[in-house]
Ligand binder design. Structure first.
Ligand SMILES: [Zn+2]
Length: 175
């Protein structure tokens, strides 16, 4: 990657961090239009190429065989196919299928956890959050200072902190 491309990318990311919700919506609408125009113009072969190129395999043949065996086992036991989903390269976010897991209004009696309807494992009656009240977590630690004050609008720099919170988060996210 050339320095020019890296600089362009960084500028684009900074722009995304600073754009307002209104600007973001205009941006998304423009993206949708561009995608629709592009797809309207492509021929059958181009469509096939696009669909095939969406996911770039990052595994060796041996790894793939091993993972396929695990997937087959999961399919047999009825578990969701989410294996290595985060490792796959998604070229365009517009191509992500929409997932609807229902309203988040299922409350567990034992722990008070609120779940989405679609979270229920197939074939199971209940959600698996606390093994029916068997797992009890310690209360969370207190938020350290000055972070707590920043977040509670209790610090002279709170406003500036909250305005740039996504930039700070990105700068410290190494995962
Ligand atoms: Zn629970």
């Amino acid at each position: 990657m050339t320095f020019r491309v890296m600089a362009d990318r960084l500028r684009h990311q900074m722009y995304l961090v600073e754009e307002t919700e209104e600007e973001a919506e205009v941006h998304r609408e423009l993206n949708r239009e561009q995608t629709a125009t592009y797809r309207g113009a492509e021929n059958e072969e181009e469509t096939r190429e696009r669909v095939e190129q969406k996911f770039v395999p990052l595994e060796t043949e041996e790894e793939r065989t091993y993972h396929e065996a695990i997937l087959a086992e999961r399919n047999r036991t009825g578990l969701a196919r989410t294996h290595r989903l985060a490792c796959k390269t998604i070229v365009s976010e517009d191509d992500c299928p929409l997932h609807d897991c229902g309203a988040m209004d299922i409350v567990r009696e034992e722990c008070g956890a609120i779940h989405f309807k679609g979270e229920r494992p197939p074939g199971k009656k209940s959600m698996q959050c606390c093994r029916k009240g068997k797992v009890i977590l310690q209360p969370p630690k207190e938020c350290p200072q000055p972070l707590s004050k920043f977040l509670q609008n209790n610090h002279p720099k709170s406003k500036s902190f909250m305005a740039k919170i996504r930039t700070y988060n990105s700068a410290h996210a190494f995962a």
